[in-house]
Design a protein around this ligand. Structure first.
Ligand SMILES: Cc1cc2nc3c(=O)[nH]c(=O)nc-3n(C[C@H](O)[C@H](O)[C@H](O)COP(=O)(O)OP(=O)(O)OC[C@H]3O[C@@H](n4cnc5c(N)ncnc54)[C@H](O)[C@@H]3O)c2cc1C
Length: 380
């Protein structure tokens, strides 16, 4: 990567950290209490260019490499994982549209996405198909020069507010991965209805929810991936997503360590500050060592993505390790504050819930273990 690109990524991460400290952290507890998304701050993030990180410069984006997304995601997740993943998902739609469609078509949504006036989401999961993506049943049937879509999506990040969707649908019932295609769906057009199915309030700022398409008409130029290509394409982009989810899971531990240490330096028991008790400081040290190991795996996966190297194995390993590490240490880090750790004003309870989400999105731990095992067995 050129010096100039490295410095642009660093500037982008700096802007994200400032947004996290000044705008996300102070409001995250309220978003959770009120069960809402941080839409105003999402727009502020968009104004800083964060939605357009990977959008080419000639289309008004920042033209940065993938690793910017993982680093920005981690900076934001230290303040609120839900907000971070919500912003990164909208950014993912902006980059997909800009890199896949001719500019004349992507311009139907891109300027508003980049300004944060519209929100994007990516929808694979359905009531009957999560891990088994090939089993989706949303049906796409040819209609004039385009397609008509019927079916339901659930558990979709941003679905409570999004109206620019990347939607995967089956073009030939029963054909599995071979028949899946991907389309842009515009939530302001007829045939789209939002639903509360798949709404989870555990990490409210994710804005998860669902939608139903009932005869929604896709124009001929609004197909993103033809039948046969979409499954592979989804798997490729999920490989990248695994890296930013890993980076965000590590960020949860980094922030929890900071909170625990700050608290311990002010709290005395038996006449001593908490870090003076060996077993107390060792529980933080355990987390610190595992965090460092996770970060090395994340850095390796980020470097592979920026250098265009194969990343399926390294991304899956980084996600499994980092998300497990977060699940293992966040409870003990919360415990290290005693009763104070349960306060909704501190981020710890939100971080614990977020670590569970991290084990499911963009490939559950079990699915990734299978991928890693298969790669290892094949000698790849
Ligand atoms: C908060 C949240 C946000 C999400 N956001 C999105 C989004 O934006 N877009 C989207 O498309 N989807 C999204 N999802 C859906 C997510 O991708 C799925 O939850 C995930 O793929 C698992 O599918 P499932 O929940 O249907 O579980 P299932 O597929 O029913 O699996 C249930 C459990 O069994 C395990 N399992 C399944 N098959 C096997 C097997 N062969 N061997 C061993 N174990 C197995 C799974 O790992 C899981 O633990 C989101 C989910 C959550 C919770």
């Amino acid at each position: 990567m050129s010096e100039q690109l490295i410095s642009s990524v660093a500037q982008c991460v700096q802007r994200a950290s400032k947004l996290a400290d000044e705008r996300v952290r102070p409001q995250a507890a309220r978003w959770q209490a009120e069960r809402c998304m941080g839409l105003d701050v999402l727009r502020e993030g968009a104004q800083l260019g964060l939605i357009g990180m990977q959008v080419p410069v000639e289309l008004s984006g920042l033209g940065l490499p993938f690793s910017s997304k993982a680093k920005v995601g981690a900076a934001l997740a230290e303040a609120d994982f839900g907000f971070a993943l919500s912003l990164i998902n909208s950014a993912g739609v902006a980059s997909t549209l800009s890199l896949t469609l001719p500019p004349a078509v992507s311009q139907r949504w891109l300027p508003q996405l980049l300004r944060g006036e519209r929100i994007g989401c990516t929808a694979l999961t359905e009531p009957g198909a999560g891990s088994d993506f090939g089993a989706i049943q949303m049906l796409a049937t040819p209609h004039g020069s385009g397609w008509r879509l019927h079916g339901e999506k659930r558990w979709i990040i941003n679905a409570q507010a999004a109206d620019v969707m990347v939607v995967y649908a089956q073009t030939q019932a029963g054909s599995g991965a071979k028949g899946i295609a991907a389309f842009v769906v515009d939530g302001t057009r007829p045939g789209f209805a939002r639903s509360d199915h798949g709404r989870t309030e555990t990490v409210a700022s994710l804005g998860t929810g669902g939608f139903v398409l009932d005869g929604y008409e896709v124009q001929g130029d609004e197909i993103l991936s033809a039948p046969g290509a979409a499954f592979k394409r989804a798997m490729q982009s999920i490989n990248y997503a695994r890296i930013y989810v890993a980076a965000m899971a590590a960020a949860l531990v980094r922030d929890s360590l900071r909170i625990a240490l700050q608290y311990g330096q002010k709290r005395k028991t038996f006449g001593m500050y908490l870090p003076m008790h060996q077993s107390w400081r060792w529980s933080l040290t355990d987390a610190l060592i595992d965090l460092e190991a996770a970060q090395l795996m994340i850095d390796r996966a980020n470097a592979a993505s920026d250098d265009g190297l194969a990343l399926e194995g390294v991304a899956a390993q980084a996600k499994v390790f980092a998300t497990r590490m977060a699940c293992k240490h966040l409870g003990p880090l919360q415990h290290a504050l005693g009763a104070a750790g349960l306060s909704p004003d501190l981020a710890l309870s939100r971080h614990v819930a977020a670590s569970q989400v991290a084990t499911l999105v963009d490939g559950s731990t079990e699915m990734l273990m299978e991928r890693i095992a298969m790669k290892y067995a094949s000698g790849a």
